[in-house]
Design a protein around this ligand. Structure first.
Ligand SMILES: C[S@@+](CC[C@H](N)C(=O)[O-])C[C@H]1O[C@@H](n2cnc3c(N)ncnc32)[C@H](O)[C@@H]1O
Length: 432
């Protein structure tokens, strides 16, 4: 498959990028858990320093940039960095857990007030009664949690409901949610829901209150550090589907995002990752879609849906031809993802002001031995929407909890261009 490098068309950005030392974007030994970034695990998180550097790169040369939007915000990494850069930030995501995390991570609570609530909560938790009648009612509860763990989770949940003021609840629900993940019978090192094997399950007796107290302490420290930075404003957090954004035209100056790699079934199952937390949480907003329907609602989740529009991407067409020769149904699934992505790209162009920038951090996955060059595909698909490539480069992923891609391209003897790496590129909306 021919790999055509996009021509850089923004000499200023290119020059700035060229002046950076080799390996700059790898961020091999940085602390990725600074400020509120370490609150809670989330699959395929962006490295904060990548978001920070991209924002800085554009902001330094275009100081009229005031607002940032992330349409696939996940845990809210780019939003936190946007706030610290003094921007007004907005983000959206279909996953209710993402919205909770982003809300908590972008809020700076007065540390003493939060600490006071935490002390009262910990003093109360042990006294809260709990018996089987209080257990939450969801499928496979006892498959995923041991009875002693369920009792303690019920205690913590009730204490949060009763003691924590509504304005502070997002902070404590995040601590609770990370606790749920750690004390469940699932294999914690993985983002898909797998139960511990019989031998490990038998020995599994986590001290739920201790785990909660430890996570609480860690996150209180994160909040205090973030608060000390005096971040500018609260974030505007939305539940929009990226294919249909409820913002007016030309609303944002800058977008910084990392989209899903593909559909949830064959790549990262955000719904599965979030399910146990969402079953336990008592969120102010309705959990919609339901946890078990979440993966189908995401990009590429419904291959039955057919688009009538032909996609403007020769790179995608070539890849689909090769996949389709081996497995037409798989090619159809892959196409569904890119059709959904294309709908999102039209929306993202619409809400960006003319002259505004989009920064993309993208992973290129491999299907049936064919590497899908999502970076190039997005650039091609975005062209009819008035987006022009400004700069493109790649970064190595020193260690990231993701399935590592290790497959060659479909060309004999040719190694994949981007094994275990991420593509970063910047687009600019044409001024009219
Ligand atoms: C790669 S993750 C983003 C991770 C994020 N950058 C972070 O640092 O945590 C992609 C996100 O896209 C979301 N997503 C998938 N399909 C979506 C859609 N149609 N509309 C909005 N969000 C969607 C998923 O829920 C997931 O949170």
């Amino acid at each position: 498959m021919p790999v055509s490098e996009p021509l850089p068309t923004n000499p200023e950005l290119e020059q700035a990028l060229d002046s950076l030392p080799a390996g700059y974007w790898d961020f091999a030994s940085v602390d990725t858990k600074e400020w509120t970034h370490g609150y809670h695990a989330y699959p395929a998180m962006m490295i904060p320093q990548v978001a920070r550097s991209l924002i800085g790169l554009v902001q330094e040369r275009y100081p009229d940039i005031r607002s940032l939007f992330d349409p696939f915000m996940g845990s809210g990494t780019s939003l936190v960095e946007g706030l610290l850069a003094g921007l007004a930030v907005a983000g959206s995501d279909l996953n209710p857990l993402s919205r909770l995390l982003a809300r908590a991570k972008t809020t700076a609570w007065q540390p003493d007030a939060l600490g006071g609530t935490a002390d009262t909560l910990m003093n109360t938790v042990r006294r809260v009664p709990a018996d089987e009648r209080d257990w939450p009612d969801f499928k496979n509860l006892t498959f995923w949690f041991k009875p002693a763990v369920i009792h303690d989770l019920v205690r913590i949940k009730r204490a949060i409901q009763e003691i924590v003021p509504d304005t502070q609840k997002p902070f404590f629900w995040v601590v609770f949610s990370d606790t749920v993940r750690w004390v469940s019978n699932s294999r914690n090192a993985e983002f898909k829901l797998y139960r511990l094997d019989a031998r490990r399950l038998e020995a599994w007796n986590p001290d739920t209150l201790k785990v909660f107290a430890k996570i609480l302490d860690r996150n209180l420290r994160g909040n205090a550090l973030f608060y000390g930075q005096r971040p500018r404003t609260a974030a505007d957090i939305r539940a929009f589907d990226a294919r249909q954004l409820g913002f007016r035209d030309e609303y944002f100056d800058l977008m910084v995002t990392s989209p899903p790699y593909g559909d949830s079934r064959t790549t990262v199952a955000y719904g599965q990752f979030s399910r146990l937390s969402l079953e336990w949480l008592d969120l102010a907003e309705p959990v919609d879609p339901l946890p078990r329907h979440l993966d189908r609602a995401m990009l590429g989740g419904n291959p039955q849906e057919r688009s009538v529009r032909a996609l403007n991407s020769p790179v995608l067409r070539q890849a689909l031809d090769v996949i389709g020769d081996q497995d037409p149904a798989r090619a159809r699934e892959v196409l569904t993802f890119y059709e959904d992505l294309d709908r999102s790209l039209a929306e993202l162009a619409r809400v960006l002001r003319a002259g505004g920038f989009q920064c993309w951090v993208v992973g290129n996955r491999t299907v049936k031995g064919v590497q899908l060059l999502t970076d190039q595909i997005i650039m091609e698909l975005s062209e009819p929407y008035g987006l022009v490539p400004q700069a493109a480069f790649s970064r190595a992923i020193p260690s990231k909890r993701m399935p590592k891609e290790n497959s060659p391209t479909n060309e004999t003897g040719k190694k994949a261009r981007t094994m275990n790496g991420e593509q970063i590129f910047i687009l600019r909306k044409q001024s009219l």
